[in-house]
Design a protein around this ligand. Structure first.
Ligand code: SAH
Length: 224
């Protein structure tokens, strides 16, 4: 299932950017992204809408970009990689995202899975992300202003959990809210971080360390 987004938003930035987008997709393929569903959704999700005007011209470069409050919109490569890992053994229905940020990863997920539950600790970022979901008519996203290190117990368990901020150690709450057969994709560490994939089996948890990454830290508490 790949949900379409509004054509006006897709075409609103002209032919040049269409080429720029294709270049980005080619770069993701060259870096080993193989899931066609993920590539299709990234090709057709308008990343420029997730940035302030001053940054929008860089939207289709494969780099992380500032979104204010010392946070960043994740690099397309890592969004693609984490999404691909989350979908690897079948598409999860209910997905918890920690660190909504701009909402870009949220939008990508919303077009691939049934329901997205997204938690953000900085209120103004969440409000902007909410407006973007509305503009793109993505109605299968619920948002919560809270400390995502606690997960979202009222809405769990989840078939998939994806975190865009790195804890030093994986919070026990996230493991508890993972359904059997579910998968958690999360950056872990301080100065040196690695992407971890945790599968919940009927026997317990199986962890795979995927690759070195660089994310903002998972911070406790909330900001109004
Ligand atoms: N995927 C987002 C990434 C944003 S950066 C995007 O592409 O825009 C990571 C986000 O995690 C930031 O917005 C930060 O405020 C948020 N964050 C950090 N710690 C958090 C926590 N404990 N709970 C919820 N969100 C958190």
């Amino acid at each position: 299932m790949v949900t379409a987004v509004n054509r006006v938003d897709l075409n609103g930035i002209g032919m040049t950017s269409q080429r720029t987008r294709e270049r980005l997709i080619q770069r993701l393929v060259d870096q080993g992204i193989g899931d066609q569903r993920v590539l299709d959704v990234i090709r057709t999700t308008p990343r420029h809408l997730f940035l302030d005007e001053a940054m929008a011209h860089r939207a289709y470069e494969d780099v992380a970009l500032p979104i204010g409050f010392q946070q960043t919109l994740s690099q397309p490569y890592i969004v693609a990689r984490m999404t691909e890992l989350l979908l690897q053994h079948g598409t999860p229905q209910r997905v918890l995202e920690i660190g909504t940020g701009s909402g870009y990863q949220t939008a990508v997920l919303a077009r691939l899975v049934e329901e997205v539950y997204s938690v953000e600790r900085i209120k103004p970022l969440q409000q902007r992300a909410r407006q973007r979901m509305r503009k793109l008519k993505l109605r299968n996203v619920s948002m919560n202003h809270a400390d995502g290190g606690m997960g979202w117990p009222e809405r769990g368990p989840f078939d998939g959990i994806l975190a865009a901020a790195a804890p030093e150690r994986i919070p026990e709450e996230l493991l508890q809210q993972l359904a059997p057969g579910g998968r958690l994709v999360i950056p872990v560490g301080g100065d040196k971080q690695h992407l971890h994939v945790v599968d919940r089996t009927h026997e317990g948890f199986e962890t795979t360390v995927v690759e070195a990454v660089r994310f903002v830290p998972l911070r406790p508490g909330t900001v109004r």
